[in-house]
Design a protein around this ligand. Structure first.
Ligand code: HEC
Ligand code: HEC
Ligand code: HEC
Ligand code: HEC
Ligand code: HEC
Ligand code: HEC
Length: 503
């Protein structure tokens, strides 16, 4: 090699040195942060921002600086007619060179420490709630608040929303950045779109904690309802819900969880929210296939049976395991039965419903209006009660405000009216999307909607006290709390129990 002193290495330049040091520092920071991010239990788009934008940005700017300095020197050398070379020879005989190397290593050391320090600081900051700020809070508040009131309040968001595996990890990062951008430029939709089609199959999330084969047997539930009359008359229904599963005693699959364990069920939905189902396929273990269809519907055409056909899983029933926006009628019934709202306040159910269901612009406005309207109602309609039961009135107002804060999010236009819950058939069609008494298979058999298929009513009647009710452990025929002439046998419950009526 020519050691002509005219000829110099283009890499030996302070700017190139700083560039190189930045590049290495950014890279080290990136590796550390990725490791933290992979092992972190929760999901945080801001943290991804530091990892996947901030750290690489340091590296890239270092890289660019390095090549800028190289390019400048080539130009300079060319101008002077000097020669230049691209070698990295380590020349430990040259004290000047050795000094530069020392300075380079020193700068590198300081930079690495500095970037790692600032990087991890930025990282910690993104974890703190305050950083999230007003906008982000507003966006996620409905889901966060309902989550905290759910059975899954101690399950991390990522366990359901991302689950294990590298592709979903990367996908969630990209999604997180997109959401961050949407938040920053305020372009997100209100309410936030439900990720019906983007959730992972339940086998990879829910089933990591809930073993589908587990047998749940029957679950007894007791609900007391109150009518919208002046007396807030009670009506109690006690029933056994046949959750089922694989029964270890008989070895048989039974009850509601039968769907998950036996034959493979697939269906085609007409709409994005999967509320309109016209075609259901059951492939039995012996290969027999049953196809249930709504009358007068055509055979659906599949472009791609893999994706057009939805495999029925946990989330087709439990679609709100963690974010349940409860309807006000249900919440008021509960508050009346626990006496958080006193049933002795005349027409309190009707009035409470009306107030909760009204349109409000903001939560603050709602909180104030609830108190004002409620007080005004008793002052005007029942002045005696307003005087005699002021404690009950105050308590009822507090309860209504709490109900509102936990289930209504006017800023995000999110409440029970914006979300469907498929677990029952009372508030949304849920089970009756298929079990509607109309679907029929190729042998002319109807898909059952007999009231005893899924639960047995074991007690019911006009009292809060279960002892007072007509009861039979083997089941009794449903009696509708209001005399509606058997209309409940003709129509879906949701046709009368609408959002306007509080459901
Ligand atoms: C037990 C599982 C589970 C957990 C834990 C969970 N989610 Fe969800 N989340 C869901 C499901 C399922 C949906 C889809 C609901 C549907 O399809 O109707 C959803 C929907 C959402 C939506 C879309 C809006 C909506 O209401 O449909 C947001 C936003 C969301 N979750 C945020 C969060 C956040 C933030 C956390 C943690 C604080 C969290 N989730 C924890 C299961 C979960
Ligand atoms: C990380 C573990 C974990 C994951 C993942 C998970 N769950 Fe759960 N689930 C729990 C725990 C813990 C409870 C509370 C158990 C208790 O209170 O006895 C629970 C309770 C439940 C309950 C009964 C409580 C209720 O609300 O009535 C249902 C139903 C349920 N989970 C469904 C689901 C569904 C559907 C999914 C998938 C979207 C899911 N879970 C994902 C851990 C998990
Ligand atoms: C066909 C609808 C349907 C499907 C599919 C379904 N479930 Fe359920 N599940 C129910 C109903 C209905 C209940 C009883 C509701 C209640 O707790 O009030 C229930 C109850 C539960 C419970 C609570 C049991 C208890 O003792 O309180 C858990 C946990 C659960 N399901 C998990 C799952 C998991 C996990 C899957 C998927 C493997 C799944 N379910 C699939 C309808 C379904
Ligand atoms: C996508 C359509 C669909 C939905 C939604 C649906 N089911 Fe089913 N269900 C079926 C089909 C199909 C069968 C099986 C019919 C057969 O055996 O031919 C069935 C059978 C059943 C059975 C009888 C199991 C047995 O022991 O034979 C029960 C119980 C049941 N469903 C409960 C429910 C409940 C509760 C819900 C709502 C939480 C629900 N289903 C929602 C399609 C559905
Ligand atoms: C395909 C299964 C299925 C059929 C058929 C069915 N139900 Fe239900 N029903 C459910 C489930 C699931 C729930 C929710 C249980 C829970 O909250 O745990 C429910 C809830 C109810 C409730 C309580 C409502 C509430 O949430 O307060 C009543 C009342 C009821 N059913 C009556 C009926 C009557 C009457 C019929 C017959 C016309 C019927 N059901 C048919 C599955 C079914
Ligand atoms: C033809 C209309 C109609 C149909 C269909 C109908 N209901 Fe009702 N239901 C009513 C009316 C009206 C009331 C009284 C409401 C009130 O006083 O606030 C009522 C009240 C109730 C109540 C008392 C609870 C409350 O909070 O208001 C229950 C429980 C109930 N219905 C269950 C059902 C079930 C389950 C079905 C479906 C199997 C059904 N209903 C179908 C009209 C109907």
């Amino acid at each position: 090699m020519n050691t002509n002193s005219n000829k110099q290495s283009v890499f030996r330049h302070p700017l190139g040195g700083i560039g190189g040091a930045l590049f290495i520092a950014g890279l080290i920071l990136f590796i550390i942060l990725v490791l933290i991010d992979i092992t972190a239990a929760d999901e945080n788009p801001y943290r991804s921002l530091v990892t996947f934008i901030f750290a690489p940005a340091i590296s890239i700017s270092g890289f660019l600086l390095f090549w800028l300095s190289t390019w400048m020197q080539i130009k300079k050398a060319r101008k002077k007619g000097e020669r230049y070379q691209f070698n990295f020879t380590f020349d430990n005989t040259d004290p000047h060179y050795m000094r530069n190397i020392g300075i380079f290593l020193g700068i590198l050391f300081v930079l690495v420490i500095l970037t790692i320090f600032s990087g991890t600081k930025a990282y910690e900051a993104t974890d703190s709630v305050t950083f999230c700020g007003e906008t982000c809070h507003e966006v996620m508040e409905p889901q966060y608040v309902t989550y905290q009131n759910s059975a899954h309040a101690r399950v991390h968001c990522v366990e359901c929303h991302i689950g294990p595996g590298a592709t979903f990890f990367v996908k969630s990062k990209v999604d997180g950045m997109r959401q961050l951008y949407a938040t920053a430029v305020n372009s997100f939709s209100r309410p936030i779109k439900t990720p019906v089609h983007n959730l992972r199959p339940a086998q990879e999330t829910c089933e990591g904690c809930h073993w589908p084969q587990k047998f749940y047997g029957e679950k007894m539930i007791t609900n007391t309802y109150y009518k919208s009359d002046e007396e807030n008359s009670p009506w109690t229904i006690k029933m056994l819900v046949k959750i089922g599963g694989g029964n270890p005693r008989t070895g048989k699959l039974e009850g509601i969880h039968w769907h998950m364990l036996g034959p493979e069920i697939k269906y085609v939905a007409e709409d994005y929210q999967r509320q309109e189902i016209n075609w259901v396929q059951v492939v039995k273990d012996d290969g027999d296939t049953l196809i249930y269809r709504m009358p007068d519907t055509d055979e659906p055409e599949f472009e791609n049976p893999e994706t057009d056909l939805r495999r029925f899983d946990c989330m087709d029933c439990h679609n709100r395991p963690s974010h349940s926006f409860n309807p006000p009628a249900k919440l008021i019934n509960l508050a009346l039965s626990t006496r958080n709202i006193s049933p002795e306040l005349p027409s309190v159910r009707e009035k409470g419903l009306e107030i909760l269901n009204a349109e409000y612009e903001t939560k603050d406005q709602a909180i104030q209006t609830i108190a004002a309207d409620f007080n005004a109602f008793y002052d005007e309609e029942y002045p005696e009660v307003a005087k005699g039961k002021s404690t009950e009135i105050k308590q009822a107002i507090e309860e209504l405000q709490t109900i509102y804060q936990q289930n209504f999010f006017p800023e995000m236009k999110t409440d029970y009216r914006a979300r469907t819950n498929n677990l029952s058939h009372f508030v949304n069609d849920g089970c009756f999307r298929c079990h509607n008494g109309e679907m029929e298979n190729q042998h002319g058999e109807k898909l059952t909607n007999d009231c005893t298929t899924c639960h047995l009513i074991v007690a019911q009647g006009p009292s809060e006290d279960v002892e007072q009710l007509e009861s039979n452990i083997n089941g009794i025929e449903f009696k509708h709390p209001e005399d509606i002439d058997g209309a409940w046998m003709e129509y879906k419950c949701t046709e009368c129990h609408t959002p306007e009526s509080g459901y």
